[in-house]
Design a protein around this ligand. Structure first.
Ligand SMILES: Cc1cc2nc3c(=O)[nH]c(=O)nc-3n(C[C@H](O)[C@H](O)[C@H](O)COP(=O)(O)OP(=O)(O)OC[C@H]3O[C@@H](n4cnc5c(N)ncnc54)[C@H](O)[C@@H]3O)c2cc1C
Ligand code: SF4
Ligand code: SF4
Length: 580
């Protein structure tokens, strides 16, 4: 066949006049394709260990209830995390390289809210005789209790406060996490048969030794509730107070008088919540932080919201002392800092410049971090200033005593606490069932380097994967030419002037329809969705549908060219020299 030369001319091509079955090119190959599902980076990065790719895939197929159930297998509080998680999953999302990460938190929130309207069936394992005590009902304790109940154990959670939830109730304000939403997520844990005894402080109302005698295992999930002191002169003046105590008061419905000018010291979530709550009480707020905006540990959206709502920020400001007028704070004296070499956290260390300045204030809220009251615990349990030391399954240095969440020396976020509570539940189950041994086999329960999967531990993983131990899929492994660019859905927010007037929820969340659309943006990284691209592109027509799904490659005809692997949109085909 010939064509007229030109920019759009079809080049000469060879065509078979019969069938490609005549040409048995299989003997040419030195490599062959293998379908190996790999790990999506979002799954690997979620501290809870949620199979995000798995539920996105179910949503793509319209199997909404199954998506909800898969999410609930790993996460007891999805309506909570959909609202307040710092979503590291999205930072890792491969879609960044195309047109912006999938708004995973928004899809999770939609499924979490859906689970309130259309509850999932309660899952209980075969009932077991052993009983477990969990101390503390924050996300770590709730996750530990929930997963243990689903494994068949009787669980009692002891909580010193009047209601369950830990920092979700005591720390995080209602404009970020509505209490009816929190209550409904906690009710799911209770519906699994977990007994939650509020108003009981272990160590005061009931002895720790009593728990270890009466229960087969104990998990400490008491959090970190002691505000760190600045350690500067004047900190004990009236008007200078720990930000966490202020938040607890506001979150219990009180409205403390603060005066006109409020100074918040710190750059984390507690500082942002203090600033935004104080503005809602009518104060003009300034946040003083000793490093720069880029180094603030608070969630990015929280910082943006605080700025939008009118908080002012003074960076590189380190408190030196407080001035008083009539026995009450009137100003904070600061030293201007500069950024020096990186410290252990990798952030550049603030170094003093010698320059001083003052910031006037009627109230100062300090929020430079929280620690746990370790002295209340067992003397034989190892720990450091950062918290109790635990192994990969939450085990402390005492047999059958576990710990999870902020009380340990691990990351302090809601998602990390949920993941740690799950690990402790698996650790307790493993111990009580006498499944000791090295932890190597636990790697089979992870998404690559991610957290443990309760679905895999319980043997109830509904997802068919061809290689659960595979590597994480990077953007370079994907074929972006197969995907259309589609803009990410932005969270709808209350207008800032309205938001700052009250405690109504600021982020209204995506509508169910928009969240379903957003789920369609997921590329299903590393996992074959049977999209047929490989089958269409194979020049030898060597790929066909296998019975019961997936594909089969006719090795007599596959010449090992690798076109299928290169064209696969998701990086689910690997060229290998091993026979599959
Ligand atoms: C103001 C604020 C805002 C935050 N915002 C975010 C956010 O937006 N996103 C995020 O990911 N993380 C956020 N965090 C961090 C997050 O809340 C914590 O990491 C998480 O709650 C830790 O969970 P936990 O279960 O370990 O402890 P907690 O949530 O602290 O729960 C511990 C529970 O144990 C109870 N307890 C303590 N001692 C005893 C005892 N002796 N007997 C019985 N009960 C006891 C406490 O009353 C409490 O209810 C925030 C923290 C604060 C303070
Ligand atoms: S819990 Fe957090 S990290 Fe995990 S999927 Fe949800 S938003 Fe992402
Ligand atoms: S595109 Fe989907 S599977 Fe891939 S990283 Fe993002 S959310 Fe995960």
């Amino acid at each position: 066949m010939t064509t007229t030369p030109g920019p759009h001319a079809v080049p000469q091509v060879a065509m078979s006049s019969t069938s490609t079955l005549v040409t048995r090119t299989g003997s040419w190959k030195y490599q062959m394709p293998a379908y190996h599902d790999r790990v999506a980076p979002c799954n690997a990065r979620c501290p809870v260990g949620i199979d995000i790719e798995g539920y996105m895939n179910l949503l793509r197929e319209g199997r909404v209830d199954e998506a909800r159930d898969l999410l609930l297998t790993e996460n007891p509080l999805p309506a909570v995390t959909g609202r307040v998680c710092h979503h590291p999953c999205e930072n890792a999302c491969n879609r960044h390289a195309l047109d912006g990460a999938v708004a995973i938190h928004a899809v999770e929130r939609m499924l979490g809210d859906l689970a309130h309207q259309r509850p999932a069936p309660v899952v209980r394992g075969t009932p077991r005789a052993e009983r477990v005590a969990v101390v503390g009902s924050g996300p770590a304790g709730l996750a530990c209790g929930y997963h243990l109940a689903r494994l068949g154990y009787g669980v009692t959670i002891f909580e010193s406060a009047d209601a369950a939830g830990g920092m979700l109730r005591l720390g995080i304000p209602e404009y970020r996490l509505r209490r009816d939403v929190l209550d409904r997520d906690i009710a799911r844990v209770a519906a699994h048969g977990v007994e939650i005894k509020c108003g009981v402080r272990v160590g005061t109302d009931i002895a720790w030794s009593e728990l270890t005698k009466s229960f087969n295992a104990v998990c400490i999930s008491t959090g970190a509730h002691t505000s760190r002191a600045l350690g500067v002169p004047g900190e004990d003046l009236a008007g200078v107070r720990p930000g966490l105590a202020f938040l607890r008061e506001v979150n219990s419905g009180k409205r403390p008088a603060l005066g006109q000018r409020v100074l918040v010291v710190g750059g984390g979530n507690t500082a942002m919540d203090c600033a935004r709550s104080a503005m809602r009480l009518g104060a003009k707020v300034t946040v003083a932080y000793r490093r720069t905006r880029e180094q603030m540990p608070a969630i990015k959206e929280e910082i943006e919201d605080a700025m939008r709502e009118g908080a002012e920020f003074v960076f590189l400001a380190n408190p030196l002392s407080f001035n008083e007028t009539n026995g009450r704070v009137s100003a904070m004296v600061c030293e201007r800092m500069a950024l020096g070499e990186p410290d252990a956290s990798g952030r550049r260390r603030p170094v003093p410049t010698g320059e001083q300045f003052t910031l006037e204030a009627d109230t100062v809220l300090t929020a430079i971090g929280e620690s746990s009251a370790l002295q209340n615990f067992f003397p034989d349990v190892e720990g450091s200033d950062s918290g109790l030391r635990v192994d990969a399954l939450g085990g402390t240095t005492r047999d059958l005593l576990y710990a999870s969440g902020d009380v340990t020396d691990l990351e302090r976020t809601v998602a990390d606490a949920l993941g740690a509570g799950k690990r402790a539940a698996i650790g307790i189950d493993r111990h009580l069932r006498h499944h000791h041994g090295d932890t190597a086999e636990l790697n089979a329960l992870r998404f690559a380097e991610g957290n443990l999967s309760a679905a895999r531990w319980s043997g109830r993983d509904p997802i068919r994967r061809t290689a659960p131990l595979n590597t994480v899929v990077k953007p370079d492994d994907l074929n972006f030419t197969q995907f259309r660019r589609v803009e990410r859905h932005a969270d709808p927010h209350l207008p800032s002037d309205l938001a700052a007037q009250g405690f109504d929820e600021v982020n209204a969340g995506l509508s169910a329809a928009d969240a379903m659309d957003e789920a369609q943006r997921c590329l299903n990284c590393g996992v074959c969705t049977e999209c047929d691209v490989c089958l269409i592109f194979c020049p030898d027509a060597a790929i066909t549908h296998a019975e019961g799904g997936a594909y089969v490659v006719a090795m007599d005809y596959c010449k090992g060219c690798g076109i299928c692997a290169a064209e696969c949109p998701r990086g689910a085909i690997t060229m290998t020299q091993d026979r599959p």
